[in-house]
Write a protein that binds this ligand. Sequence first.
Ligand code: PLP
Length: 439
Amino acid sequence: MSHVLHRTLSHTYPVAVAGEGIRIRDAAGRTYIDASGGAAVSCLGHGHSEVGEAMKRQIDALSYAHTSFFTTDVAEALADHLIAHAPAGLSHAYFVSGGSEAVEAALKMARQYFVEIGEPQRRLFVARRQSYHGNTLGALAVGGNEWRRAQFAPLLVEAHHVSPTYAYRDQREDETPEAYGARLADELEETLARLGSENVIGFLAETVGGATSGALTPPPGYFARVREICDRHGVLLILDEVMCGMGRTGTLHACEQEGISPDLMTIAKGMGGGYGPIGATLVSDRIVRAFREGSGLFQHGHTYLGHAVACAAALAVQTIVQRDGLLENVRAMGEGLREDLAARFGSHPHVGDIRGRGLFQAIELVADRATKEPFDPARKLHARIKREAMARGLMVYPMGGTIDGRRGDHVLLAPPYIVTRQDVTEIVDRLGEAVDAAL
Ligand code: PLP
């Protein structure tokens, strides 16, 4: 009997014992193609010796020094690297241990900013439905996944939700993508007006939706309008790139493709590529200045902030991604993945939508392609697809549809940036078999 409290108590998990490149091997000797990067984490694949060597060098020199006593060369070097490649205006990195912590820090920084500048009445966040920002209470409060929130609702701070960017279901037939994006941005502005924008701290959004939405991309011009609306109302724009960032969509930051910079941005997952538990909140100079000229500190902190070995892992991962030109491969293999998905599922009777960017692509499953009616969530199609995929040696990241029928089950693919064209074909072949077996 296992003494680990696993994610699902009804399931027996295979024991992972080794990882090499895009594959993981279990104790029974079976191998699995990691077509989801775990949860969009493993950007370099598994077992990269250079990362291991960098971590070992750091352990030999110094594994840990508490940030209330010291900084370290490796944390400074990682921050220099991240800021040198960050969207304009972001000047500092606050290192944490993962995505939820990065979001918690961003929410608290945003609130403290307004306290420092004399606008303490600002206490509300606006985010989007069908979003996921993490499982800690603050991140859960702003997240738009009803299933995850439901039983914890009495513990959550007040947050308001606007529509996601979900062209497949919500863009009207007579509407251009630009007009659809403008309508969504107008909804944000109307919400700010209803709440009184002087009470709102920030608008939080995943640049490309991930876990709860299945690679929902923004319509052209949407984020440019959102940026302009936030500026006009003095509301901070917080982009959550924990899943879609650090190269996953083909540029280092997904917001580069939108031509905007946020006031705060969260990153994690692909930042350390799974070699160390690490994330960061990137902060604009204006917020840091307010802290410096005000209380002189950010009122927050965890024991493992800026852990030296995790920083060494992330610095090695980021250096290799850049040195080996892996973002070019993300763009090229992303196109290949899109082509293969279109060929395999483009006229599949139960695949309603294929969407995404770079190596961040999803298919949405529907009972009826013409009406877009989702499958009954009680069928747990997503869980069956995962089981069938694992039985075929394939890891994918499926998610159930919503009970209100707003979204069908989807399957997210986020393979490592090192995939080849042949790997992509194998992934889509195995996925096709798994989907058909699960239906
Ligand atoms: N934000 C986004 C967009 C995510 O996709 C996730 C995790 O999937 C998180 C935050 C939470 O990150 P973590 O699981 O590392 O706490």
